[in-house]
Design a protein around this ligand. Structure first.
Ligand SMILES: Cc1cc2nc3c(=O)[nH]c(=O)nc-3n(C[C@H](O)[C@H](O)[C@H](O)COP(=O)(O)OP(=O)(O)OC[C@H]3O[C@@H](n4cnc5c(N)ncnc54)[C@H](O)[C@@H]3O)c2cc1C
Length: 499
């Protein structure tokens, strides 16, 4: 008879997959239920007319967190996954004609910012050093463990972290912080954009987010062979190798609880028992749908949701040598763009446009002589706006902006097209309001107000993924899985089980 303890994971997003691997490695018998017929949640993929498209995330940083997962699971990552460091992190295009290639080499980047933008190289180097220190002292402390188990929190590290945290990091906005550090509006805009890495507004989010450039510019960006989807595939294969049982196209209807104790899930008309249930579903829907507690779900909305996205996947019948893997075409009026996204909950007429092209890195992602463009603009969270009316307008503005910047008639080059909008993001990945990163960081206390990895007043229930601590994006989802698995290991210490 199998005497392993039973754990059920709801959702095969990257955090759900990573948690299932960690629990299986601890000796749990893990069953994972996913409503879609594929793993990966937001990190999915499709092919159309010979073009491959990563549907969601396109930027891969901190590969060491994936390395760590494989090492902890005792499997060589090289059997599953390959990646390489990119020589540049992004190409920036400004409406005033200025351009910048952000080289992976920090000295070359600083030099390029001086020559192309007129920003003194010393400003860039100083900023990135400070960004690295903030990550080391503060970021790691708050991102690598639960903030809600006070007895286990490494309090000894708090005083040094506070000593490092200048008031502008804690109390001012990211934009205010950047304005103090840079002379040129272009440099400020480049570093303001990092707030969007967790769906936030640089004019509201704290200066503390200035630690994000460290991860991209000091530590580097990476390209996974086969595109981003290979991260999902590697995690799925690893989970299978560790004995996780997958049930695709099987939505969980309800989490079963009795007197504050969770005892399993209701799925397909059956009640399945488990000692531990981990929800990788958005925290809002975990409460609203799975725990049938709309009141608790509503309380989560005290925090503003992160932004969503509108994406045009275009097969382009030409190659553009001015473009790289990641490209940004900035709005001229960045502050107004964020006002529209977060305050008016609509699109600004001159949106910042991001273009990702994996065929720059790898043949086979697009037919010969062509490119696979993932074209994204930030979108407000979904509140029932008239998307079908807006999408053709935004599409035309994006085409006009790119055509002007690149000196080509982009509309005539589109060979194939697909579109992803906020309601579809919500529907496909059960992310409330189509938010890419759960709640935004548009307040000083956002990091502390994110939902914990445990459910209050319910033993046996844990939450993992982009909508809970420590936040959204692939690296934080990896951390979320590690924190959650550690909490479960502490709560269910059992002889013979690795903790
Ligand atoms: C367009 C876009 C661009 C992005 N860009 C980047 C980027 O460049 N870099 C980066 O690091 N991050 C990026 N992100 C964010 C990143 O994709 C997410 O933070 C991360 O993938 C979230 O993973 P997750 O584990 O929280 O789960 P999700 O991906 O949200 O998956 C949750 C899963 O749970 C399933 N589920 C929900 N309810 C149920 C139920 N009742 N029963 C069964 N299954 C259920 C869903 O179907 C889904 O598969 C982007 C996201 C999007 C959408």
């Amino acid at each position: 008879m199998n005497d392993k303890r039973r754990a059920i994971v709801i959702g095969a997003g990257v955090a759900g997959l990573a948690t299932s691997v960690r629990l299986a490695s601890q000796g749990w018998q893990v069953q994972l239920f996913e409503q879609n017929d594929y793993p990966g949640g937001k990190l999915s993929w499709f092919q159309q007319d010979g073009f491959s498209f990563d549907a969601g995330p396109s930027l891969f940083t901190q590969p060491q967190l994936l390395e760590q997962l494989f090492a902890d699971a005792g499997e060589p990552i090289s059997n599953y996954f390959e990646y390489r460091r990119a020589s540049e992190s992004c190409r920036y295009f400004f409406d005033n004609g200025k351009r910048l290639t952000a080289w992976a080499d920090v000295q070359a980047l600083a030099q390029a910012m001086e020559v192309q933008l007129g920003e003194p190289a010393q400003n860039v180097l100083r900023y990135l050093q400070s960004s690295g220190r903030t990550y080391q002292h503060v970021g790691q402390l708050f991102l690598q463990q639960s903030l809600h188990r006070l007895r286990q929190f490494p309090w000894a590290k708090v005083a040094p972290a506070l000593r490092h945290s200048r008031p502008s990091l804690l109390f001012g906005s990211l934009h205010g912080y950047n304005k103090r550090h840079f002379k040129t509006p272009e440099a400020v805009q480049i570093f303001d954009r990092y707030a969007t890495y967790n769906g936030s507004n640089p004019y509201k989010a704290p200066g503390m987010l200035s630690l994000i450039p460290h991860l991209e510019m000091n530590e580097g960006t990476y390209y996974p062979r086969g595109g981003m989807i290979s991260i999902t595939q590697a995690l799925h294969q690893l989970a299978l190798a560790k004995g996780v049982q997958f049930h695709f196209s099987t939505p969980v209807d309800r989490i079963i609880e009795n007197g504050g104790q969770v005892s399993g899930v209701a799925v397909g008309g059956q009640n399945l028992p488990a000692e531990v249930v981990v929800s990788n579903c958005d925290a809002y829907f975990t409460y609203h749908r799975l725990l049938q507690s709309p009141y608790e779900a509503k309380r989560l909305l005290r925090q503003e949701r992160s932004s969503s996205a509108l994406i045009f996947y275009w097969g382009i019948g030409q190659q553009f040598h001015d473009l790289g893997l990641h490209n940004i075409f900035f709005s001229q009026q960045y502050a107004r763009e964020f006002e529209h996204l977060f305050r008016h909950k609509n699109f600004f007429p001159d949106p910042t446009v991001y273009v990702n092209i994996t065929s720059k890195m790898e043949e086979g992602q697009a037919p010969a002589g062509m490119e696979n463009w993932f074209v994204m603009v930030n979108a407000p969270a979904h509140h029932g706006q008239p998307w079908q009316q807006w999408i053709p307008q935004v599409r035309q503005r994006v085409i006009d902006k790119l055509s002007k910047a690149l000196g080509a008639d982009i509309a005539s080059l589109i060979r194939t097209e697909a579109i992803l909008d906020p309601p579809t993001i919500e529907q496909r990945t059960a992310s409330f309001q189509g938010s890419l990163y759960g709640t935004s960081s548009n307040s000083r206390l956002a990091a502390f107000l994110r939902h914990p990895n445990t459910a209050r007043r319910r033993q046996g229930l844990y939450l993992v993924g982009g909508s809970v601590h420590p936040g959204g994006g692939i690296p934080l989802c990896m951390q979320s899985a590690a924190i959650t698995a550690n909490l479960i290991a502490q709560d269910y210490k059992q002889e013979g089980h690795a903790v």
